[in-house]
Design a binder for this molecule. Sequence first.
Ligand SMILES: [Zn+2]
Length: 256
Amino acid sequence: MSCDLTWLLLKPGRSIRPRAERDRPVEWYPCTTHAVLVETEAGRLLWDTSCPRDWESRWEPTGLQEFFPYDQVAEGQYLDSRLQQLGVEPGSIDYVVLSHLHFDHAGNLAMFKGTGARLVCSAKEKDWAFGYEGAFNGAHLKADYEEHSFETVDGDAEFLPGVTLIEAPGHTPGTMAMRVDLPETGTMIFTSDAVYMGDSYGPPATPAAIVNDLSAWYASVEKIRDLAVSTEATVVFGHDAAQLHAMRRAPEGCYA
Ligand SMILES: [Zn+2]
């Protein structure tokens, strides 16, 4: 997507202007989204599903299409194209785990309808996402997920061998991060939107415009930081364009 950076980062000097720059326009940011395919001995897991091809019409009731246009996507970058490039049929994916159910993470669940893939999110996220009245609330859009049934997880637990789901609420009530322990690379922590970008992580942590619970958000960032320090992890942020572009990505690259 792309958007006004102020959504992602309330940072004086970058998104919040000093008086000398009061007339300078805000930064329009290339807000990358990603999904992560994890191969384990106990099954194949997809972490998040990014945005849908029909974003403009689907998001229309919410107005989000004007703030987060998904309009700089090459044909080969859509989730269905990427899976095809990897030779991965949606039906060969055992688990689709959603870090949370926002429109830019749960946008492609329709791809897995009837495939046998088990959809997973946190219990708190499910309760919240199905618990409000109306078609959408903030960046939750029922059209993305209401036709699907979800298995839920609670707390921090190893989900598959080497894959641990971590409660990291604040951004939404049930946001999760994912820890993956790899034989050569070591530990990778995918923060999703618990931490948007390197500038959010700091230290000090810098919050964003969309935060459900600010004190929970700060605590989750420090929880991830403590885990990252103790495991010497590579921390991969939810929407950090510079970081994502510097990483190995499908279909050419992967981490082992
Ligand atoms: Zn997001």
